[in-house]
Design a protein around this ligand. Structure first.
Ligand code: GLN
Length: 300
């Protein structure tokens, strides 16, 4: 027999011993999830005795979390750009660092980014600010595509991924956010998923970018549980950048933007790959002051 208060203590202790960095916080989150309550309830009902069924469920969560299964997979959701996304082990958990990539795209769409549209663009009326056409390559959970659609209500976003399973999660997330009408989903290997005649104003991507040899040195929580296919960027981590940067100009309107998330040490190499086709290449930093995004505008 255990009360909420007793379980909180026991769970925090168990998680701490398993090496979880924020055991007290996570113990509370797990309890709230299983009991379907908020944190205040835990403290105002500390003496409530947990039912056998609840305890059994809590033990399963505790056990899995002790084995480093990410909390977001256990809860089945993760927060990104103040929206809630369904996640499963078929998709990478949205990272806070990726928000800067999305914020940049929103700024380009809603701000001045599309001023001075090219003839090619302005002929197509849909290309006014609200009609921006965006391509999210390697969409995974769809967190980038769905957030852009949500914060730019007039935009239309094509979300591509090689994994059908990931696309199904992305589709569910578009419905959850109420933006499904703005989204299209395409399954395939990078640009093979697209009709060769399609053009976009912005191509955005957070592709796999970890060097093959480094994947297994990532935190256990990441390398043991998140999808390998979403992490491995080839021997030097740049495979996807080469392919995307090579093909992107064919899918962009003149003056279109390519916005890529990169690893902290890839600013220079990805920037160099982009220089040929893209003028004014910029590297943006994340909140931790690491290079995180490379942005280029197609040369006229
Ligand atoms: N930023 C992720 C990590 O550190 C990797 C994401 C990616 O490869 N696109 O685990």
């Amino acid at each position: 027999m255990k009360t909420i208060k007793q379980f909180l203590q026991y769970a925090a202790e168990t998680l701490k011993n398993a090496g979880i960095e924020t055991p007290v916080l996570e113990a509370g989150v797990i309890l709230c999830h299983v009991l379907n309550c908020n944190r205040t309830y835990l403290y105002t009902h500390g003496d409530r005795v947990l039912e056998t069924g609840e305890l059994a469920e809590l033990e399963v969560f505790l056990h899995k979390r002790s084995e480093n299964v990410p909390l977001q997979y256990l809860l089945g959701e993760a927060e990104f750009m103040s929206l809630s996304f369904k996640v499963s082990p078929a998709v990478l958990i949205p990272r806070q660092d990726t928000e800067i990539l999305v914020e940049k795209c929103i700024e380009l769409i809603n701000g001045n980014g599309f001023n001075g549209l090219t003839d090619e663009c302005s002929q197509e009326k849909a290309c006014c600010v609200s009609g921006a056409r965006v391509l999210d390559m390697c969409t995974g959970s769809g967190c980038i595509a769905v957030s852009i659609a949500h914060y730019c209500p007039g935009s239309r976003v094509a979300a591509c991924d090689i994994s059908q399973e990931a696309l199904e999660i992305a589709r569910i997330n578009s419905v959850r956010a109420g933006v499904e009408k703005q989204l299209e989903f395409r399954c395939g290997d990078l640009f093979e998923a697209l009709d060769g005649r399609e053009k976009f104003h912005i191509i955005v991507s957070n592709p796999p970018y970890i060097e093959t040899g480094t994947v297994k040195t990532l935190e256990r929580q990441v390398c043991d549980h998140e999808p390998y296919i979403a992490l491995d960027g080839g021997a030097d981590g740049l495979d996807f950048y080469r392919k995307i940067i090579y093909a992107a100009p064919g899918f962009l309107y003149k003056d279109g933007y390519l916005v890529l998330e990169i690893g902290y040490n890839q600013g220079e190499s990805v920037g160099r790959l982009m220089e040929n086709s893209f003028g004014s290449v910029t590297v943006l930093k994340d909140l931790g002051s690491n290079d995180r995004v490379v942005l280029g505008r197609l040369k006229k």
